[in-house]
Design a protein around this ligand. Sequence first.
Ligand code: PHE
Ligand code: ZN
Length: 886
Amino acid sequence: MEAPKEIFLKDYKMPEYYFDKVDLNFSLGEEKTFVSSKIVVYPRIEGVSSPLVLDGHDLKLVTIKVNGEELKKEDYNLDSRHLTLSSPPSGTFTLEIVTEIYPQKNTSLEGLYKSSGNFCTQCEAEGFRKITFYQDRPDIMAKYSVRIEADKSLYPVLLSNGNLIEQGELEGGKHYVLWEDPFKKPCYLFALVAGQLESRDDKFVTRSGREVALRIWTPAQDLPKTVHAMYSLKAAMKWDEDVFGLEYDLDLFNIVAVPDFNMGAMENKSLNIFNSKLVLASPETASDADYAAILGVIGHEYFHNWTGNRVTCRDWFQLSLKEGLTVFRDQEFSSDMGSRPVKRIDDVSRLRNYQFPQDAGPMAHPVRPHSYIKMDNFYTVTVYEKGAEVVRMYKTLLGSQGFRKGMDLYFKRHDGQAVTCEEFFAAMRDANEANFHNFLLWYSQAGTPSVKVTSSFNAEAKTYSLKFSQEVPPTPGQQVKEPMFIPVAVGLLDSNGNDIPLTSLYHDGMLESISASGQPVHTVVLQVKKKEEEFVFSNISERPIPSILRGYSAPIRLESDLTDSDLLFLLAHDSDEFNRWEAGQVLARKIMLNLVADFQQSKPLILDAKFVDGIKSMLCDPSLDKEFIAKAITLPGAGEIMDMMEVADPDAVHAVRSFIRKHLASELKAEFLSTVESNRSTEPYVFNHNNMSRRALKNTALAYLASLDDPEITSLALHEYKSATNMTEQFAAMAAIAQNPGKARDDVLADFYSKWENDYLVVNKWFALQAFSDIPGNVENVKKLLNHPAFDMHNPNKVYSLIGGFCGSPVNFHAKDGSGYRFLGEIVVQLDKINPQVASRMVSAFSRWRRYDATRQAAAKEQLEMIMAANGLSENVFEIASKSLA
Ligand code: PHE
Ligand code: ZN
């Protein structure tokens, strides 16, 4: 195989030609689909004629014309990836191309493909080249009109971007539509949908009075499950007006739900296409987590209309320009719609469990990567979630109003343009006349900065000092790092647990006033810029307990000299709810790491009674938010702990985590039981914070209890399972029972399947629960499930549930006999032939193989090498596998 080509940011060149107007014509058929395009092309520099290189992949070229004249073979060159016109006419010309494609055979789910009999498209990042020959890059922005013709009975609904201009009947039972999008767009935002769909219709009146028709399209039988999606859409539209002053800009907004989709959803202009699991929900079939994810993702895609579509990316290296910013926006939206501290806790946990490991492994890359082989591989937690943290830091540094000023300037300067991360940075800086020092390093340096802080109190001088030192670890291709600009939000607690008013601090030999307006300040954002730096608070009359990195003000690993009793104090008193939770987590991580060491040395495991008391007091504190309690009594994930170890030991971490859970369950059995009882409800399901909190706490308590594997608890869980009126409680009860192997487990799993076998989204939950299970030898069960009639390797959601779920299980995926690795290796090779993007996501489970012991390393390496040697390996899998081995 020809070695795949790596593409570098530093090689970016402006295009030689731009496209002005694009007319597309689709003739959709069962055997073949014809795509005709007519493009108005003009050179970047008047009078300069250079070759025009068009991207194209898996296309059959039918005809090509320039200014109406068909080209002869010698006028162009066609290879497997490009169509090159060596000397196009100088000046503006029209290019007409007809291609033939076979969407019904397209299993990659990229370009034009079929899902459950309907046609749909996915063009981001580089899928448009599978539809027609084009300059498939986001800095080519054009106005599109799209004509679609198809059989009317098979495809009664024909959708594309923008406004519907015309429709009519054709001979032979066909019909056609014409859509026109008045906004210029890059081709990755193009979309087409054709099929048997019905819509839930609603409307939204924008604050300037535009009436927008809202339509959510699904197969008829799913329409009742779109109520929450519609609610979410309207809430998002309102929120963007209220918070950012951003209004929708067309008269129609469509969402289409499809069952076969590689990712979550896609922000195509006025025609968002969604993975159906992020649209469809009813209380009986979707959990609270599903409802929350739908709210967040509907918001996310809608928000892209401004951050992504109106202002887009110059090139794919800038992906975080739209994704980091839009994730930040959806996080803020969800916070405002629910509980801000709980949302922050969830987002930070996600960062720690997924992004930190990526940033410390062979696929580590900056928020703005320097190179890629397949862009698909860079839709990562680093670009998305760390990117969102970078945007959040602007807000932390500038305040809400300053941040808004920066956003306003960004849109004022760049509406209708394709820009870079520097332009966003410059808008934030210029709107606030801010000095951002070397903040841009957050875009270019990979790796999670480690920050150590030590404190000292001087009673005589009444000063309290915090000394910071920072270190950014080496990552592939970046051995030496510069110190970063890190905003650290700090508060100080007095001995009663109240915030001490902060007045001034010494820094760099200067006394700086903190409270400019004379108002007491309880949290100050320290700007840590150097490798080592000290900040000294003045007027501090007693030794305070510091609350550092409030609200998680920067995506770093923090190490402090806080003692266990300081942490317990913060856990009880910090006014910053995030840090209150964090104090408990720091303590739990310490305890877990110590117990892991004990386990490895075959010492008996003993849990500190103070920790049990801490958990107990939270569980029984009626003043605390219930969802907060549920988070606070949940132990850090196994991944998070393994990530902190020199050599990751999945068995030890699993044993310790199970030991602590069981110990807490037996010590606090009465409290957990009464928590379950007092949090039952017979009221109908409502998606709001109060109700979700109640369910979250009850389910957490039940899960603890079930770890005891006690028949009394099993019957309690079975009672909860049978009496549940919503999926959140029904599923949690089943999961509780399924923790322990045996007849109760087998029965409840069988019962659940027979209840829900006709609902593919619920069946996926059932797959995931079994796949992720840590019951011994589970790989055999997962292999059996591959042959289950409901499983299908062509459907990404099913693969993510069953294969992805299995790879998330520390004990079975990492089984020392290598059985888990062998299983994944075989699957990756099979899957790569069907869908390279999905295969590539699965192979990523191997990427941190060097973190484990020699036996596991050898077993994983063998699989990676086997994959590398496979015939016809995709570039997607090649990139991850080869970088993992490098
Ligand atoms: N741009 C999509 C989003 O909102 C993600 C996506 C990328 C979807 C590539 C499909 C393909 O985040
Ligand atoms: Zn996005």
